[in-house]
Design a protein around this ligand. Structure first.
Ligand code: PEP
Ligand code: MN
Length: 335
C-alpha cells in the first residue's frame, strides 16, 4: 500500500490527473489537520517512487507493507467505551440474552448480568436467523427497553446492527455496535457502521480468514469507526460435534501478534452450556481481553439460543473465574 503526501496548497486534481496518467489509481484522503494526500490502490501500475516524487506538489511517498494500516495503528492500545477499558488490567464481561424478547425479560437479564459483575448488556433487537420463520428480535422497541434496562443497572449496551437502514437508530441506543458473523464481509454495512464514528465489535465470519477479518476491521476504520474490537465466535471446521470450533489460535494471534483488542464468544462457539466455563478459561489464557456470553433468566423459554444460555449462578461462577469482583446487593442476592 502506498501513500502520497501533497504540499499545502498543491493542486490536488492536477496531481491526481498526473498520477492517473502513470497508471496510479488513487483515493483522496484529508487529514484532521487539513493535509491532503492520496492512497494508491494495490492494483495500480508498479513504478519507481522517484516518478511520483517528480510530480509538482508531491512532498512524500510512503509505502506501508501492511494492508491494514489503520487497524495496525490501534495496536497495543486500549479501547475505552463509557469508562470501561478493553485491553486493560481486568477482562471485560459482556452478557445477556441472545434476543431482546420483552421489556420484563431484558430487565431481568440486566439485573442478572449486573449481579455477576458484567459491564455490558448484550442482546439482539435485530436478529439474523437461518430460518425466516424463526424469531427475529423485538425490533426498535427492543432497543428502547434494552437501553432503559442497562441504565437501570449501570451497564453499557452492545447490540447487533444488521442493516445499513438501521445504523442511525441502533447508534442512538448502543455504546458498541456489533457486526454479526454473517455480516463480516458485508462491506456496505461496514461502511455505514464505520461512518457512525462509534466503537464497533466485529465478529469473525464463521469461515473468515484472520486476514479477511483484519481487513474487515480496516473497512470500518477507513469509514470512520472510533475503534474496532475483534470477537472470535467459533468457526466451521470439519467436525460438527459442537456448534462451532472456538479458534484459540486466532485469539492468540490477534492479541499477541497483532496487538488487537479481542473478545471471545464461547456461547456461539459451543452451542451448549456445559462447555462454556472451560472454553471461557481457555480463551482468557490464550489472550482474550474479555468474554461475551449468552445468559437468560429462563433459558427453557428463550426464543433463540436457549441451549447455550447460562443462568445467573453459572454466569457468576464464570465471572469469579475471570477474577471479577463479586457484586453485593439486596436485589442481586435474590437472583
Ligand atoms: C449473536 O451474538 O447473537 C449472534 C447472532 O452471533 P453470531 O453473529 O456470532 O452468530
Ligand atoms: Mn445467539
Amino acid at each position: 500500500m502506498m501513500w502520497i503526501q501533497l504540499e499545502p496548497g498543491a493542486d490536488a486534481s492536477e496531481v491526481r490527473a498526473q498520477l492517473q496518467a502513470l497508471g496510479q489509481w488513487t483515493t483522496k484522503l484529508t487529514g484532521t489537520d487539513g493535509t491532503v494526500g492520496f492512497q494508491v490502490a494495490p492494483h495500480s501500475q508498479p513504478i519507481p517512487k522517484g516518478r511520483i516524487l517528480a510530480i509538482e506538489g508531491v512532498t512524500d511517498v510512503a509505502s506501508a507493507n501492511s494492508p491494514h494500516p489503520l487497524v495496525d495503528q490501534q495496536a497495543k492500545g486500549q479501547v475505552v467505551v463509557s469508562g470501561r477499558h478493553f485491553g486493560g488490567d481486568r477482562p471485560i464481561l459482556m452478557a445477556g440474552p441472545c434476543s431482546v424478547e420483552s421489556e420484563a425479560q431484558i430487565h431481568q437479564s440486566a439485573a442478572m448480568v449486573a449481579a455477576a459483575g458484567a459491564s455490558f448488556l448484550r442482546g439482539g433487537a435485530f436478529k439474523p436467523r437461518t430460518s425466516p420463520y424463526a424469531y427475529r428480535g423485538a425490533g426498535p422497541e427492543g432497543l428502547v427497553w434494552m437501553r432503559q434496562a442497562a441504565d437501570a443497572h449501570g451497564l453499557g449496551v452492545i447490540t447487533e446492527v444488521m442493516s445499513e437502514r438501521d445504523v442511525e437508530l441502533v447508534a442512538r441506543y448502543a455504546d458498541i455496535m456489533q457486526i454479526g458473523s454473517r455480516n463480516m464481509q458485508n462491506y456496505a454495512l461496514l461502511d455505514a457502521v464505520g461512518r457512525a464514528g462509534m466503537p464497533v465489535m466485529l465478529k469473525r465470519g464463521m469461515h473468515g480468514y484472520v486476514e479477511e477479518w483484519l481487513l474487515a476491521g480496516e473497512h470500518l476504520m477507513h469509514a470512520g469507526a472510533k475503534a474496532v474490537i475483534f470477537c472470535e465466535r467459533g468457526i466451521r471446521s470439519f467436525d460438527n460435534v459442537a456448534r462451532n470450533t472456538l479458534d484459540l489460535t486466532a485469539v492468540a494471534l490477534l492479541k499477541h501478534v497483532h496487538g488487537q483488542v479481542v473478545i471471545a464468544d464461547p456461547s456461539h462457539a459451543a452451542g451448549r452450556v456445559d462447555l462454556i466455563p472451560a472454553l471461557s478459561r481457555a480463551a482468557l489464557a490464550a489472550g482474550a481481553d474479555g468474554l461475551i456470553l449468552e445468559a437468560h433468566p429462563n433459558p427453557a423459554q428463550a426464543r433463540s439460543d436457549g441451549p447455550q444460555s447460562l443462568v445467573g449462578h453459572q454466569l457468576q461462577s464464570i465471572a469469579r473465574d475471570m477474577g471479577l469482583p463479586p457484586v453485593h446487593s439486596e436485589a442481586h442476592a435474590r437472583l
